[in-house]
Ligand binder design. Structure first.
Ligand code: ADP
Length: 897
C-alpha cells in the first residue's frame, strides 16, 4: 500500500512536471519559436476538456451509481453544442477575437455598450456560481487523499490542512502562469499546454481503470454487460423532463462557464481549430464516459455497501490491490481538479480585477491625477494576482464552512444552473440587434434571483433559508414556495428551478429589450456583434502573407515617408535573416511596425490600419472611438496651426502694404519737395533779378522802373498764392480742417463763385446756368464749396481754348446726391491726363500760363472732407468736371425751390 509520503511525492513531482511544461511552453512562445504542435487544433481540443472536472472524473461514476444513465446528459449537452451549434460557437469566437475580449463579463459588457454594471453583475454571478464548484474540486482532491490515508496506518491525516495547501499551491500556479503578461487577451501558452497535458493524463487514467475493470475484474465485455444488467444502472430512470433539463443545462454551461469561455474564446489561436474540435471534443467525451457505467456497476457489486460511489474510480483499483493503477487514477482526478481550478481562477480573477478592482482604483486615482503607465501595469497585475488569491480563499472557506458533505453531482448542477443565467443575454446579444442593456440586466437579475431562491439557498441548507419559508413560502404566500413557485408542485426540484429561472430570465430579457431603446454605442456594438462575419475578415491570426508585406510597405511609406519606411523595412529584413526583398509579416514584425506607426498616427489608428491589411482582427468600436479621439486631437492641433499661419500671413501682408505705402509716401515727399522748391525758385529768381536791377541801375527811366516793380509785385503775389495754396493743402491733408456747416441754396453759392472767378478778367466767358435746378437747398461748408466752384470756373476761364469761350453749369439730382457739372467748350484735358490733373503740381502743359497745379488737388481734398467727390467727365466735348454732393435723407423730399 502506497504511503501518504509516496503519494505526496508523486503529487509534487507531477506538479513540478506541469510547472516545467508550462514554463517551457511560455518560453518558446515568447521567443516566437512555438512548435507546430503547440499551435495545433489538438492542444485546443484538449484544453476544452477542462469541462471535465473532478465532478465528471469521479462524480460521473457516482452519478451513474445513483441515477443510472442520467449522467450521460452531462456529456450530451456539450456534444450537441459542439456538433449542432458549431456555427454559433464560431460566431462567439470571432466576436471575442475581433472585440479582443478578456472574459465573458467583458464580452457581455462590450455587447451592451460597455456597461460596467452588467460586467459587475456577471462577475458576481460567476463568482457566486463558481466558488462552490472550486471547493468541490478541492474536496475531491482531499477525498482522494483521504482514501490513501485510510489505508496508511502510519500517518495521521489532517483534512483541512491538505485542502489549505492544495488551494495555496493551485493559487501559486495560477498566479505564476496566468498573470505573466499584462494583456489579458493574449494567449497563456504555458497554462494551455499544461492543461492539455492534464487532459491526456485524466483520459488515460480513466481508460486504464475502465479497461482494468472490464477485462481485469469483470472478465470481459459480455460479463460486464450482464453485471450492468444485474445492477439496474442501465435502466432509464427519471422523467424525460429531467433529462432534457440537465442536457440543456450542460449545454448552456458549456457555453457560459467563465473557464470554458477562457479556453474556447480567449485562448483560441485560430478560428479553424474549432472545426477540428467540433468532432474531436465529442470524441474525447465519448472516450472519457465510455467506462463510467462498467466501473459503477462493478464497484456497486464488489465494494462494500456504504462506500462512496464518487470514489469508485480510486477505490476499485485499490481494493483490487492495483497500487500503480490507483496512483494513475489519483493523478487523473488530481489533473481534472487542478486544471479546472487554475483556469477558473484565472478567468474569474480577470473579471474581478477588470470590472471591480480596477474601476474602484481608477476612481480613487482620479483625484490624485494621471499616473504613469508603468504604475497602472503594476496595479493591474497586482490586482489580478490578489483576485486569484481571494477566489481560491473563497473556495477554501466555502469548503471548510459547508463541511464538504454534499454529493459532488448536486453542487455541479447548481453551479451550472447559476452560470446558465447568462445564456439569454449572450445568445440574444449575438443574434438579436434589438437586445438592450436594460433587457440584459433585467433578465440576468430575475434569473439570478430565482436561481438563488429556488436552488442555491434550499441546497445550501444550514439555516440560510428558514424551514418555514421552504414549507409555506416567502411571507407565508404559498405560491412563493422556493420549490413550488406559482403553485406548481410535483416537479423535480432541478427542473423546477431551471424552468422558472431560465424562462422568466429569457422572457424579461425579451420584453424589457423590446420596451427600451438601445444607446448609440449599444446599437453600434449590436451591429458589430450580430454581423461580425461581415465586419471582420478571414480567420487568420495577427500574421500575414508575403503579399501583405507589400501593402504594409505602401501604407508605411504613406505614413512614415519613403526613406524612413524603407529604412525600417530594411532593418527588419536584416533582423529576419535577409532573404527576399521584404520582411515576412511575422507577429513580432507586425508588432514593431505597429509601434513605429503609432508614433506617427497614434496607437489606435496604427492598430486599426494594420488590422485592416492583415485582417486578423476587425476594427472594434473601441478602436474607432480611439481613432476618432486621436483624429480630433490632430484636427484641433492642425486647426490651431492653420489659424496661426493665417494670422502670420495676414500680418506679413499688412507689413508689406505698410512698407509699400511708406516707400510711396517717401517718394511723394521727395517729389513734392522738389516741386515746391522749383515753384518757389522761379518767382524768387525773377524778384531777385529785377530788384537787383532796380537797386544797381540808378539811371533807369521811370517807365522801366514801374514795369520792373510791377513784375516784382506780381511775382510776390504769385508766391503768396502758392504759399497759401500749400498751406491750405497741408491743412486739408492733415485733417485738421474744421468745417463750418451752414444751409443755403446752391444758386447763392454759384452766384458768389462766378462773380469772384470772373472778376478782374478782361474777357469774362459766357456762363450758362439753370436757375430752376439751382434752387435746391444744400447744407454744407458753403465757403469751401464756393472755393471749389471758383477754382473750376477760373480753370475754365484760363484753359478753355475756344474762340468764344462758354461755360455751362448744369445741376441734377439722383441716387442721394446732387451733381453739378461744369462744362466748357474748349478742347478739354487729354485722356492720359484726366486722372493725373487731380494730383499735386500736375499740369497738362507746364509751359502754358497757369497756376502751380495745386488747384484741383485742393478741390479733391475739400470735396472728400465734405463727403462728396470730384471727377473729370470724359464723355463731354469740352473740359468737363462733375462735383457730387451728398444729400441728407430728409432733404431729398424737399421740392426744388
Ligand atoms: P492750376 O493751378 O495750374 O490751374 P489745376 O490743378 O487747377 O492747376 O489744374 C491742373 C491742370 O488741369 C491745368 O494745368 C490744366 O492743364 C488742366 N485743366 C484744368 N481745367 C481745365 C479746363 N477746363 N480745360 C482744359 N484743361 C484744364
Amino acid at each position: 500500500m502506497a504511503s501518504l509520503n509516496v503519494l505526496a511525492l508523486v503529487c509534487l513531482s507531477y506538479v513540478a512536471l506541469l510547472f516545467f511544461v508550462a514554463f517551457l511552453a511560455d518560453r518558446m512562445a515568447t521567443r516566437g519559436r512555438s512548435a507546430a504542435w503547440m499551435r495545433s487544433p489538438l492542444i485546443y481540443t484538449l484544453s476544452l476538456s477542462i469541462y471535465c472536472t473532478a465532478w465528471t472524473f469521479y462524480g460521473a461514476v457516482g452519478y451513474a451509481a445513483r441515477s443510472g444513465l442520467e449522467f450521460i446528459t452531462i456529456y450530451l449537452g456539450p456534444t450537441l453544442v459542439m456538433i449542432g451549434w458549431w456555427w454559433g460557437l464560431r460566431k462567439l469566437v470571432r466576436v471575442g477575437r475581433s472585440q479582443r475580449v478578456t472574459s465573458i463579463a467583458d464580452l457581455l459588457s462590450a455587447r451592451y455598450g460597455k456597461s460596467n454594471a452588467l460586467a459587475i453583475g456577471v462577475t458576481l454571478l460567476a463568482v457566486i456560481g463558481i466558488t462552490p464548484y472550486i471547493s468541490l474540486q478541492l474536496q475531491s482532491i482531499t477525498l482522494s487523499f483521504a482514501i490513501f490515508a485510510e489505508a496508511d496506518p502510519l500517518r495521521s491525516y489532517h483534512e483541512t490542512t491538505t485542502v489549505f495547501w492544495v488551494a495555496a499551491g493551485l493559487a501559486i500556479f495560477a498566479i505564476l502562469f496566468g498573470t505573466r503578461n499584462l494583456n489579458a487577451n493574449e494567449r497563456h501558452h504555458g497554462v494551455v499546454t499544461a492543461i492539455a497535458l492534464e487532459a491526456v493524463v485524466k483520459l488515460v487514467a480513466l481508460l486504464a481503470v475502465g479497461i482494468f475493470v472490464v477485462w481485469g475484474v469483470a472478465g470481459g465485455v459480455s460479463e460486464t454487460l450482464s453485471r450492468i444488467d444485474a445492477s439496474r444502472i442501465g435502466e432509464w430512470r427519471g422523467g424525460g423532463g429531467r433529462w432534457g433539463t440537465i442536457t440543456f443545462l450542460a449545454a448552456a454551461a458549456f457555453v457560459c462557464l467563465p473557464r470554458m469561455f477562457q479556453v474556447m474564446v480567449v485562448e483560441n489561436e485560430d478560428e479553424r481549430h474549432l472545426r477540428v474540435a467540433a468532432w474531436a471534443f465529442p470524441l474525447y467525451l465519448l472516450l472519457i464516459s465510455m467506462f463510467v457505467v462498467p466501473i459503477a456497476a462493478v464497484g456497486l457489486e464488489l465494494l462494500p455497501t456504504g462506500s462512496n460511489p464518487d470514489m469508485f474510480v480510486l477505490t476499485l483499483p485499490l481494493a483490487q490491490g492495483q497500487q500503480g493503477l490507483a496512483m494513475l487514477s489519483f493523478l487523473g482526478g488530481f489533473s481534472s481538479a487542478t486544471s479546472m481550478v487554475i483556469v477558473a481562477a484565472m478567468a474569474l480573477s480577470t473579471m474581478v480585477s477588470n470590472h471591480m478592482v480596477m474601476p474602484i482604483w481608477l476612481r480613487m486615482q482620479a483625484g490624485v491625477g494621471a499616473s504613469v503607465s508603468g504604475d497602472v501595469r503594476n496595479v493591474v497585475l497586482f490586482s489580478r494576482r490578489i483576485s486569484i488569491a481571494v477566489i481560491m480563499a473563497l473556495g477554501y472557506f466555502y469548503y471548510t464552512l459547508s463541511g464538504g458533505g454534499a454529493a459532488l453531482a448536486a453542487v455541479g448542477l447548481i453551479s451550472f444552473a447559476g452560470i446558465s443565467q447568462m445564456l439569454p443575454a449572450l445568445v440574444g446579444g449575438l443574434f438579436w440587434r434589438g437586445a438592450t442593456r436594460s433587457g440584459a440586466l433585467a433578465g440576468l437579475s430575475v434569473g439570478f434571483a430565482i436561481w438563488v431562491y429556488t436552488m442555491l439557498l434550499p441546497a445550501l441548507g444550514g439555516g440560510l433559508l428558514p424551514d418555514h419559508i421552504l414549507a409555506d413560502g416567502l411571507m407565508g404566500l404559498s405560491w412563493l414556495r422556493p420549490q413550488a413557485l406559482f403553485g406548481i408542485e410535483g416537479l423535480d426540484s432541478t427542473v423546477h428551478a431551471v424552468l422558472w429561472s431560465m424562462s422568466l430570465n429569457a422572457a424579461v430579457f425579451c420584453i424589457v429589450s423590446l420596451l427600451t431603446f438601445p444607446s448609440p454605442i449599444e446599437r453600434l456594438q449590436g451591429a458589430q456583434f450580430v454581423n461580425v462575419f461581415e465586419h471582420s475578415s478571414g480567420p487568420r491570426g495577427w500574421t500575414g502573407s508575403v503579399a501583405q508585406s507589400e501593402d504594409l510597405m505602401v501604407m508605411s511609406q504613406r505614413i512614415l515617408g519613403a526613406t524612413e519606411a524603407q529604412a525600417f523595412f530594411q532593418r527588419e529584413l536584416t533582423r529576419q535573416g535577409g532573404r527576399g526583398t521584404l520582411p515576412d509579416p511575422t507577429p513580432a514584425f507586425l508588432e514593431r511596425l505597429e509601434r513605429e506607426l503609432s508614433a506617427s498616427i497614434g496607437a489606435a489608428a496604427a492598430h486599426a490600419m494594420i488590422g485592416q491589411i492583415v485582417g486578423g482582427s476587425s476594427v472594434s468600436v473601441q478602436d474607432l472611438l480611439a481613432v476618432a479621439d486621436e483624429t480630433a486631437q490632430m484636427l484641433e492641433y492642425s486647426n490651431q496651426l492653420e489659424t496661426q499661419s493665417a494670422e502670420l500671413s495676414r500680418t506679413a501682408r499688412q507689413l508689406r502694404e505698410t512698407n509699400e505705402k511708406l516707400t510711396q509716401i517717401s517718394q511723394q515727399k521727395d517729389a513734392f519737395l522738389s516741386q515746391v522748391s522749383h515753384e518757389l525758385r522761379t518767382p524768387m529768381t525773377s524778384i531777385r533779378a529785377f530788384s537787383e536791377i532796380l537797386r544797381d541801375d540808378g539811371e533807369l527811366p521811370l517807365a522801366e522802373k514801374t514795369r520792373y516793380a510791377t513784375i516784382i509785385h506780381d511775382e510776390a503775389l504769385r508766391l503768396t498764392r502758392l504759399l497759401n495754396d500749400l498751406l491750405d493743402l497741408s491743412v486739408l491733408e492733415s485733417g485738421q480742417v474744421s468745417l463750418n456747416m451752414t444751409a443755403g441754396t446752391l444758386a447763392e453759392v454759384l452766384d458768389h463763385a462766378v462773380s469772384t472767378a470772373l472778376a478782374g478778367s478782361m474777357q469774362p466767358m459766357r456762363v450758362h446756368r439753370d436757375p430752376v435746378s439751382e434752387g435746391v437747398r444744400i447744407s454744407s461748408d458753403l465757403d469751401r464749396l464756393a472755393q471749389v466752384f471758383i477754382n473750376l470756373i477760373a480753370n475754365a476761364q484760363k484753359y478753355c481754348d475756344a474762340n468764344q469761350p462758354e461755360l455751362t453749369i448744369a445741376v441734377s439730382q439722383g441716387a442721394g446726391e446732387i451733381r453739378i457739372d461744369f462744362t466748357d467748350n474748349g478742347s478739354g484735358v487729354p485722356a492720359a491726363f484726366q486722372q493725373l490733373i487731380f494730383e499735386k503740381f500736375s499740369r497738362v502743359s507746364p509751359e502754358r500760363a497757369g497756376g502751380a497745379g495745386l488747384g484741383l488737388a485742393i478741390c479733391r481734398e475739400i470735396m472728400q472732407r465734405l463727403g462728396g467727390d470730384i471727377c473729370y467727365l470724359s464723355n463731354q466735348s469740352g473740359g468737363s468736371f462733375r462735383i457730387s454732393l451728398p444729400v441728407e435723407r430728409k432733404k431729398l423730399a424737399d421740392p426744388l425751390i
